[in-house]
Design a protein around this ligand. Structure first.
Ligand SMILES: NC(=O)c1ccc[n+]([C@@H]2O[C@H](COP(=O)([O-])OP(=O)(O)OC[C@H]3O[C@@H](n4cnc5c(N)ncnc54)[C@H](O)[C@@H]3O)[C@@H](O)[C@H]2O)c1
Length: 346
């Protein structure tokens, strides 16, 4: 039986990963600082992780070291991170501190205490300036925004630890991940969670630009299967985790509307208002450029997943229709259970 440390265990992906590994009988050490994580994510029909998640920050040097010193950790999944782009833009120091310094704190302990494998939750957002599609892992234009730069930098430190000490690290570059537990209540929810929430409340969703922008997605269970398969590979590696299929905002909205039996026409807003819930980005001597917002909203993404298929024999199994059904079921159940409180961010 392996012992596995998962950071960010109360978040969307971390909680689902914890559940899969618990089902497989693995011994888990779970941490989260609950900056974004939620207790709801820790409840599964046949198990609760509520009393198992240690409230700890990945930057806590003493605390994190004590987890490694106490015990024979085989694998680390560093899933914790600050993911919302406008949060990273608004507080870059915090984003760098968590996504980069926090990762290095874990890497250093992984080195000192000799774990078998370190897996980093990285992102395809670092391909934001790439123009070759489907995008492969090995060569791409470097990113501009803070969030992808933090993940790109974290990857470089992973690489440094591999080259310097012979450690084994895989950086998984997730495409847009969707599935149960995706957070529909945060200030700027991921698009999929937002559109389902608006449909649930019979409200008109507001999409920026014309809704024809296309992104590629990966269902959370497919991601987790790959995250388990990469454990045995050696050295340093970066792997796209993508379905290799992309969908426009309008296509996704049509599928979700059909599944939910709703017929509400969306409104479309100007690109310049995309991050208007974050007024700090629009103020100061150098406010955010509209071209940056336009580029981010209209960004086309399609990642090549052939490397994951060839090296790990992995195939995505859940298509968009099925994945959205499962997400919708879970999100509606959550909103039902929260009643009127759930509406606070609308
Ligand atoms: N969801 C996606 O589409 C997607 C895509 C690409 C990459 N990623 C990456 O995958 C990871 C998980 O994403 P998610 O969607 O589950 O996000 P999430 O916000 O639901 O989960 C992240 C978790 O990390 C925790 N956390 C944040 N800072 C921490 C700290 N300093 N110490 C301990 N815990 C901390 C949060 O409380 C939260 O529970 C992130 O690193 C994110 O950057 C996500």
């Amino acid at each position: 039986m392996s012992k596995v440390l998962i950071t960010g265990a109360a978040g969307f992906i971390g909680s689902q990963l914890a559940y899969r590994l618990w089902k497989a009988g693995e011994q888990l050490v779970l941490i989260d600082n609950f900056s974004y994580g939620k207790q709801d994510n820790l409840e599964f029909p046949d198990h609760s992780f509520a009393d198992e998640v240690i409230r700890m920050d990945i930057r806590d040097r003493k605390g994190v070291e004590s987890l490694f010193a106490n015990g024979d950790i085989d694998y680390v999944y560093n899933i914790a991170g600050i993911a919302p782009l406008p949060d990273c833009q608004t507080d870059p120091q915090e984003a760098i501190d968590v996504n980069v310094t926090g990762t290095v704190n874990l890497l250093e302990n992984a080195r000192k205490y000799g774990i078998k494998k370190f897996i980093l939750a990285s992102t395809n957002a670092m391909y934001e300036n790439e123009t070759v599609f489907p995008t492969k892992e090995n060569s791409f234009a470097l990113p501009t925004l803070i969030y992808p730069n933090t993940k790109y930098t974290a990857e470089r430190f992973c690489e440094s630890y591999c080259r310097t000490y012979g450690m084994n690290v895989t950086c998984l570059r997730f495409s847009n991940v969707y599935g149960p537990h995706v957070d529909c209540l945060r200030k700027q929810p991921p698009f999929v969670a937002y559109m389902v929430r608006e449909l649930y409340y019979d409200r008109t969703p507001i999409f920026h630009s014309d809704g024809n922008q296309r992104r590629d997605y990966i269902y959370v269970d497919d991601l987790i299967r790959l995250a388990i398969l990469v454990r045995d590979s050696e050295g340093f590696d970066c792997v796209n985790v993508s379905s290799n299929k992309n969908y426009s905002v309008n296509e996704m909205y049509a599928i979700a509307s059909r599944i939910m039996g709703k017929n509400i026409a969306a409104d479309y807003a100007d690109d310049a208002h995309y991050w208007e819930k974050y007024p700090a980005l629009y103020s100061g001597k150098y406010p955010i450029k509209t071209q940056i917002l336009t580029h981010e909203i209209n960004k086309y993404s399609l990642c090549d997943n052939s490397y994951a298929k060839e090296k790990y024999g992995w195939e995505p199994e859940v298509d968009m229709e099925e994945g959205l059904k499962r997400l919708i079921e879970a999100e509606c159940r959550l909103l039902d259970s929260l009643g009127s409180n759930a509406d606070k961010n609308s």
